[in-house]
Design a binder for this molecule. Structure first.
Ligand SMILES: *Cc1c(COP(=O)(O)O)cnc(C)c1O
Length: 369
């Protein structure tokens, strides 16, 4: 069976090998007589799935030992509240607003922090550039500084995480890496906490990944729900309440798939990064070389994962999407707040899928230009 290429921004494509394995094990996981959805989260079968997933993720992302890996629920949006509930200490928090997601995050934080300062913003440029960290002025005594390291809707991505200590700022950096986790390495020396929903690059919706430095645990506000107190979750190995067992299992299969990947002498995340660079280059070059399509993001801020683009003649949008679907190129419609098209090129998208998209775009241009 050849499946169409799915460019959804999320929930997004999952590698076929992962889906096939999950299907094969659906009714009977490893001779246990149970499917994973039917198992106690405290039984030895699920504990082994959980421990393997955590160990594989720690290895893949080179997560240092002083960081806890938490498997939570509620998605990126819940983390917009859970982070200030745990880290704000009801004080001042800083945000850099680079698009829709960081905008949402700073609004939500206002419910919990005494003061929210947007210390830099790309809004004046329509979120087509990233404010230069060298010009940021973090607030004195801020509890943390939040960025969205890849803006899924606007298509801007930090190519390097900001070095807050280099700016004379001791506050921990919080990153929302929902839509580019596992697409490239993370410089943990610059991070205090990273969070992301699984449904972009790791597995099914319903699982939220939080990776947090140990010294940031134990400062939750009294109003923080126990199930969302990072220290409680960490002390209970993500099993204070029933964790999203299916999500952890499928993410675990994805981690094993990632470990098997090879590209240009690299493996794992480094291999994915090589492939993701090649995929993004292929699509951006095709857009830039045409008179028919346009991407408005500054070249050094362009996301490797989410590529919004426009037809210069927007009256052809529906025809473009209909033709794409006929070719097996799915879910290319842009986010309603931005319009146009968006191609999400997560890890599960092979180079051949991007080539098929580029071929279609050229053909559509020739017919319609
Ligand atoms: C998708 C996304 C979210 C929202 O995730 P939910 O799981 O829907 O809450 C937050 N931040 C970023 C960067 C995202 O891409």
């Amino acid at each position: 069976m050849t499946r169409p290429y799915n460019f959804s921004a999320g929930p997004a494509a999952i590698p076929a090998e992962v889906l096939e394995q999950a299907a094969a094990e659906m009714l009977d996981w490893h001779g246990s007589g149970m499917g994973v959805m039917e198992m106690s989260h405290r039984g030895k079968e699920f504990i082994s799935i959980y421990e393997q997933a955590e160990a594989d993720l720690r290895e893949l992302l080179s997560v240092p030992s002083q960081f806890k890996i938490l498997f939570m629920q509620g998605g990126g949006l819940a983390e917009n509240a859970i982070v200030p509930l745990n880290l704000s200490r009801a004080g001042v928090v800083d945000f850099v607003v680079t698009g829709s997601w960081s905008q949402k995050s700073q609004k939500e934080a206002r419910k919990y922090a005494a003061e929210v300062n947007v210390i830099a913003s790309g809004e004046a440029n329509g979120f087509t550039t990233l404010p230069d960290p060298a010009a940021w002025t973090p607030s004195r005594g801020a509890s943390y500084l939040h960025i969205c390291s890849n803006e899924t809707i606007n298509g801007v991505e930090f190519q390097e995480l900001p070095d807050l200590r280099g700016l004379g700022c001791d506050a921990p950096l919080v990153i929302d890496f929902s839509s580019h986790v596992a697409s490239r390495p993370v410089d943990w020396s610059r991070v205090g906490l990273a969070f992301g929903g699984a449904q972009k690059n790791l597995g099914p919706a319903g699982l939220t990944l939080v990776i947090v430095r140990e010294d940031l645990l134990g400062h939750a506000l009294p109003a923080c729900p126990s199930a969302f107190d990072y220290k409680t979750v960490a002390d209970n190995h993500s099993m204070y309440n029933t964790p999203p067992t299916w999500g952890i299992y499928v993410a675990g299969l994805t981690f094993q798939w990632l470990k098997r990947q090879r590209e240009g002498g690299h493996s794992g995340i480094a291999a994915m990064e090589q492939r993701n660079i090649a995929k993004a280059r292929l699509l951006y070059d095709a857009i830039d070389q045409s008179q028919f399509y346009v991407n408005k993001v500054a070249a050094n801020c362009r996301s490797r994962m989410n590529v919004p683009f426009f037809l210069r003649d927007e009256s052809r949008n529906d025809a473009f999407l209909a033709g794409a679907k006929e070719r097996g190129l799915l879910q290319l419609k842009g986010h309603k707040s931005v319009g146009g098209m968006r191609a999400s090129l997560y890890n599960a998208m092979p180079l051949a899928g991007v080539q098929a998209l580029v071929d279609y775009m050229r053909e559509f241009e020739q017919k319609n230009a």
